[in-house]
Design a protein around this ligand. Structure first.
Ligand code: HEC
Length: 192
C-alpha cells in the first residue's frame, strides 16, 4: 500500500518533468545565438538608416525612419529568420509597442543587470516558456539609450521635433530619457 501511494505521488512529478524536457540545452543555446544575431542585425540596420537620415535630413525628417523603416526591417528579419521580431517598451511611443508580461519582466531583469554594471552590448536573455498550445522560445535584447537617441527620446526635445511627434504619436510615453537607460527591448519569439 505504501509503495502504491508513493508511486502515485511521484507520477505528477514525472509528468511535469517529462513536459519540461526538450528542446535540449544545446538546442536552446543555438536558438539563443540565432536570436542574438537577428537582434544585432535589426540594431545595425536600423542604426545605419537612422544615422544616414539624421546626417542627410535632420531629426524631424528622420522620424519617418523610426516609424516606417523600423517595422519594415523587423518584418523582413522575421521572414528571413523564422522568428517573430519586434520592439516594445513599457514607455512605448508606438501604441502597438506594449510589452506583454514576459517582455516586461525581461526588460526589468535587464535593467537590473545594467544597474549592476553589465555592459549594454551583452544585455540579453532567453527562455523556453510554456504556452496554452505548447512551448515557445522567447528572447529579449535591451536597447540602451545613447546621446543620439535623446534627440527624439530625451528631456529637452527641440520644438519642431516635439510638434511632429505630438502629431504622429498623441499618446507618446517615450520621452524624458537620459543616456544609459533601457529604452525598450528587441523582442523575439518562435513557437516550438
Ligand atoms: C529621429 C527620431 C528618433 C531617434 C533619433 C530615435 N528614435 Fe526611437 N523612436 C522614434 C519613433 C518615431 C518611434 C516610434 C516608431 C514606430 O512608430 O514604431 C521610436 C520607437 C522606438 C522604440 C520602440 C518602442 C516604442 O517606444 O514604440 C524603441 C525601443 C526606440 N525607439 C529606441 C531608440 C533608441 C535606443 C534610439 C537611439 C539609438 C532611438 N530610439 C532613436 C524616434 C526616434
Amino acid at each position: 500500500m505504501k509503495t502504491i501511494k508513493l508511486a502515485a505521488a511521484l507520477l505528477p512529478v514525472a509528468f511535469i518533468a517529462g513536459c519540461a524536457t526538450g528542446p535540449s540545452a544545446e538546442q536552446q543555446a543555438a536558438m539563443g545565438n540565432d536570436a542574438r544575431k537577428t537582434a544585432g542585425s535589426l540594431i545595425q540596420q536600423l542604426g545605419g538608416e537612422l544615422k544616414k537620415s539624421l546626417e542627410a535630413n535632420g531629426p524631424a525628417e528622420s522620424i519617418a525612419v523610426c516609424k516606417d523603416k523600423a517595422p519594415a526591417i523587423a518584418a523582413s528579419l522575421s521572414k528571413s529568420s523564422g522568428f517573430d521580431v519586434k520592439r516594445v517598451s513599457p514607455r512605448n511611443r508606438n501604441p502597438k509597442g506594449v510589452p506583454d508580461a514576459w517582455e516586461a519582466e525581461a526588460q526589468a531583469a535587464l535593467e537590473k543587470r545594467l544597474a549592476a554594471g553589465e555592459k549594454p552590448e551583452t544585455l540579453d536573455t532567453w527562455q523556453v516558456v510554456k504556452t496554452s498550445g505548447g512551448k515557445e522560445f522567447r528572447y529579449a535584447k535591451a536597447l540602451v539609450t545613447q546621446q543620439v537617441c535623446l534627440t527624439c527620446h530625451g528631456e529637452n526635445i527641440a520644438d519642431g521635433i516635439k510638434a511632429k511627434l505630438a502629431a504622429e504619436y498623441p499618446h507618446d510615453k517615450a520621452t524624458g530619457y537620459g543616456v544609459g537607460m533601457v529604452r525598450g527591448i528587441v523582442s523575439i519569439r518562435r513557437p516550438l
